[in-house]
Write a protein that binds this ligand. Structure first.
Ligand code: HEM
Length: 508
């Protein structure tokens, strides 16, 4: 047979396959009645293509705007953007298991709390640490003081860099350092945490840049794990592996060294750290937790806490830089608060500061930071929002679409903290229900109270010292700040240059 005939037959079979698959998907598939782009009904590759381009989250939001609350995003995968379905998917009643996507978050071959799939298994492991993250624990002065100290140290560092007047700085880098120092302190305690805030070029800090690069590649690697293996193999003999390949392993090794240090010198582990809790906790049959599970849980907490908090801070400051009138209103609120010895208002007062709250909440509505794939699996055929969903379908809620519902948030693209100050009764209730930056229900973010306390302290510290502005020459624009559809939604340019101008707030 000649090569031409083989080629013709190959093309013929390919088209026959595509046509058969399309006819099946559009006429006979159990998903044919679900609204969504036609191409998504036929193949999963269209959504996958947007995923590796880091545009998945935004695309799904666009599809919700076009097709409504229920959208088929790939054969067997459905996204929702209404609160009733969101409650059913994530609420404690149905307790749907997480999808296999979370296998990507295994560390040292262990499942951390975050990557545990089944509801029952999750209930068993979350018991170990849940009390550690509760407001009653993290809002204790012993837990909050290190955060406040880190704000102070960051401000001292900024004062040197702004020479007490003004400068344009990449605030994302500053926020990354702050978030990293905070979480490492929470996890490992003072002896084993970074404690390097003074040294901008220390090992951990230079590695942060690599971790951000690795984050940008993760969507590709999660979809094509073989590609990661192949690249790792190709570069295995290179001394200097590209940062995006080496960073994850370096962080994992660095974290494991902390666990080893703790095992060698248990006296160095502070009693209020997560490491202490994990090393002193036992399984139901009285055995200590395995070293690799402890390390996996700590590593997962770094992933969960570091870039999310850094980005929450960055976007809050970016929005305030664009709306200086809200900075003034926060400062007016703060000016009525007496300051503690460390120069910041007491946390109790920050907790009841409606303008500050409204500005941070509105920022997290416009820029949700963990808006990736919170997928769950429907075990049996059932109805959501009046639509029959076959068993084993992967379901998720689109955080971006919920946060931009125009019936709940009029003019949803606008940064308008006033909406949170004005709303009451049912309107406020609907807004709160559709605002899920920390997830929802049974798997709600454990670190939410700690994250909120860190964000408040940092924003207040900055606004008390500086007017934050947009520097039109810096290259940071709304375009460069548009979020990428990654697990932690980074800005497109991975930087945020803001102008910091010193001010002095009248003291009380
Ligand atoms: C602004 C900052 C943060 C955001 C936006 C955020 C967001 C989220 C979201 C959306 C989830 C749920 C994911 C899912 O349902 O699949 C989650 C889970 C989790 N987060 Fe956070 N997070 C933040 C900060 C933190 C911090 C500071 C910590 C730790 C100190 C933390 C620890 C965790 C853990 C352990 C889980 C897993 C919970 C479980 O499965 O039971 N997060 N986070």
């Amino acid at each position: 047979m000649s090569l031409t005939i083989i080629l013709v037959w190959t093309i013929f079979f390919f088209f026959a396959l595509v046509i058969t698959r399309s006819i099946f998907a559009l006429r006979f598939s159990p998903y044919r009645h679900i609204p969504g782009p036609r191409v998504c009904k036929i193949t999963q590759y269209w959504t996958l293509w947007h995923d590796v381009r880091l545009r998945r989250v935004q695309k799904i939001h666009e599809w919700h705007q076009r097709y409504g609350n229920v959208v088929l995003i790939a054969p067997g995968e459905i996204s929702f953007s209404d609160i009733v379905s969101t409650r059913e998917i994530y609420g404690s009643t149905c307790r749907l298991p997480k999808s296999q996507y979370f296998d990507n978050f295994l560390a040292y071959s262990n499942r951390s709390i975050f990557s545990t799939l089944g509801a029952k298994e999750h209930q068993d492991v979350v018991k170990r640490t849940i009390a550690f993250y509760r407001p009653a624990s993290v809002f204790k002065p012993t837990m909050l003081q290190p955060v406040r100290d880190n704000v102070k140290k960051t401000l001292e560092q900024l004062a040197r860099r702004t020479e007490n007047s003004y400068a344009t700085l990449d605030i994302l880098v500053v926020c990354n350092f702050f978030a990293f120092d905070n979480v490492t302190r929470l996890l490992y305690g003072p002896e084993l945490s970074t404690q390097t805030i003074e040294h901008e070029t220390c090992l951990e800090r230079t590695k942060l840049a690599g971790w951000i690069k690795a984050e940008l590649w993760n969507n590709f690697f999660y979809n094509f794990p073989v590609a990661r293996k192949a690249l790792n193999f190709m570069f295995s003999y290179c001394k200097n592996k590209p940062e995006f390949l080496a960073a994850d392993k370096e962080l994992a090794d660095w974290n494991m060294r902390k666990v080893d240090d703790a095992a060698r010198n248990p006296a160095d582990v502070a009693v209020n750290s997560l490491l202490y809790l994990l090393t002193t906790t036992t399984t139901p049959n009285g055995k200590p937790l395995s070293k690799s599970w402890i390390a996996a849980e700590l590593l997962d907490n770094i992933h969960a806490a570091q870039s999310t908090v850094a980005l929450a801070l960055t976007y809050t400051l970016w929005n305030l830089a664009n709306y200086p009138e809200w900075q003034k209103r926060i400062r007016a609120e703060l000016s009525a608060m007496p300051l503690q010895e460390d120069g910041l208002p007491a946390f109790g007062l920050l907790q009841s500061s409606p303008v500050l709250d409204a500005c941070i909440t509105e920022s997290s509505r416009l820029h949700p930071l963990s808006s990736g794939r919170a997928e769950r699996v429907v075990p049996t055929t059932r109805t959501y929002d009046g639509i029959l969903i076959p068993a084993n379908t992967i379901v998720s809620a689109s955080t971006l679409a919920l946060h931009h519902r125009s019936d709940v948030f009029p003019n949803p693209q606008a940064y308008n903290p006033e909406r949170w100050l004005d709303a009451e009764g049912d309107v406020l209730c609907a807004m709160q229900s559709c605002h899920i930056p920390f997830g929802y229900g049974a798997r709600l973010c454990l670190g939410k109270p700690f994250a909120q306390a860190s964000i408040k302290h940092f924003v207040v510290g900055i606004l008390m010292q500086y007017e934050v502005g947009v520097d039109s020459c810096s290259g940071t624009t709304s375009w460069s700040m548009a979020q990428l559809g990654t697990q932690n939604a980074l800005p497109r340019d991975q930087r945020c240059n803001l102008l910091l101008k010193s001010i002095s707030l009248p003291t009380v």
